[in-house]
Design a protein around this ligand. Structure first.
Ligand SMILES: Nc1nc2c(c(=O)[nH]1)N[C@H]1C(S)=C(S)[C@@H](COP(=O)(O)O)O[C@H]1N2
Ligand SMILES: [Mo]
Length: 349
């Protein structure tokens, strides 16, 4: 039994690694106008494979389906901190759409999806009237953003089942963002294949206000504004929503934030960076930045970006807070992680 299980897991792993290779090849050779360099591509491939291996380790040890939790976050009028459980999602999942699944192994054929329309999912939370966009953040840090108007106009939904069966983990399950391409072909141009997010973990209304936990302190927007503002101009390593040419990034040095939180910087050790996506909070594989690098150069938590005028970083680009590295930082490329949706810093001596 255990043996068979283990083999199944290995097979999924191989399948998924292959899928990730394909993803990066297709994403950057056809879907995007802004093409990254070969070196960037290779780095991203390696990172995607490493991330996926991590993810499978975590997923492999638990019942991925009934243990799944979906958080609704962002600018809502009736915020609730508890996530939706599988049982709750199941109860809501009474809508069917029939469409092709562009990411399915037999992608030419029509599938029947059962799920929860996003508008219905958001209703109990109420969305603040200024919100224009909804962002879907996945377990692996991948995301896509859809206009609130479209979410209200079409049954874009979180699917729990395809053709009467649970969606396997290696095919994007257990919860998979689906678009009713067949009934509304116009959606296919606006939201192509890459918008179908696998294993959705967060649904975010608009862009959240900054709330950064450092030790027992919480830094809000106004707290960060009081610290020295640093602007760098860099080609970013974020994968979603950013231009591939250099952009300006403005923010606050990680070391300044740690000091403002009243923390002593030990001679050795790391700063752990935690982001919203579960893969960026995995206790077994933390994102650790060497304190020597934090002290030696201006590693930032960025709040603003721009090509000319600076503006707040929206959820569509991983905002409100993202980790950013100046080129001259002594951080090895392999460990350089442009973490999005940053939520927490912690010193580990
Ligand atoms: N969670 C998650 N969803 C995702 C992706 C991803 O990397 N992670 N890739 C997207 C992209 S770029 C495409 S084209 C489709 C199909 O990805 P695949 O080629 O890996 O099947 O899924 C999309 N959904
Ligand atoms: Mo893609």
């Amino acid at each position: 039994m255990i043996q068979a299980n283990h083999q199944g897991q290995t097979q999924k792993f191989n399948l998924f690694t292959a899928a990730f290779f394909l993803l990066f090849l297709t994403l950057f050779t056809s879907a995007c106008d802004n093409r990254p360099t070969k070196a960037q591509l290779e780095l991203w491939q390696q990172q995607a494979i490493a991330r996926n291996a991590q993810m499978l380790k975590v997923h492999g040890t638990q019942d991925t389906q009934t243990g799944w939790e979906l958080f609704v976050a962002g600018r809502t009028t009736r915020p609730q901190s508890a996530p939706l459980t599988w049982t709750e999602l199941e109860k809501l999942a009474t809508t069917h759409i029939t469409t092709i699944d562009p990411n399915s192994p037999n992608s030419g054929t029509m599938s029947d999806f059962r799920g929860v329309p996003i508008s219905q999912l958001l209703d109990p939370y109420g969305v603040v009237s200024a919100v224009r966009e909804i962002t879907f953040l996945a377990f692996d840090g991948y995301s896509s953003t859809v206009s609130l108007e479209d979410v209200r106009a079409y049954p874009i939904m979180i699917a729990l089942e395809r053709d009467g069966k649970p969606i396997p983990r290696h095919e994007g399950g257990p919860v998979y963002l689906t678009f009713p391409y067949h009934d509304y072909p116009q959606l296919q141009q606006k939201y192509p294949d890459r918008f179908w997010v696998f294993y959705v973990a967060y649904v975010i209304a608009g862009t959240e206000p900054i709330e950064l936990r450092v030790g027992d302190r919480i830094f809000k927007n106004t707290d960060l504004n009081e610290l020295t503002q640093v602007t760098i101009e860099e080609t970013v390593g974020y994968k979603i929503g950013w231009p591939s040419q250099k952009v300006k990034l403005r923010g606050v040095r990680v070391r300044d934030i740690l000091k403002a939180a009243g923390l002593q910087l030990p001679d050795q050790g790391n700063v752990i960076i935690r982001g919203k996506a579960p893969v960026y909070r995995d206790p077994n594989h933390p994102i650790a930045l060497n304190l020597a690098a934090i002290k030696a150069c201006d590693i930032l938590l960025a709040t603003h970006w721009g090509e000319n005028e600076l503006q707040p970083i929206p959820a569509k680009m991983g905002g409100p807070l993202t980790l950013a590295f100046p080129r001259e930082c002594p951080v090895e490329m392999g460990e350089q992680r442009w973490v999005t949706f940053v939520q927490e810093l912690e010193i580990q001596p």
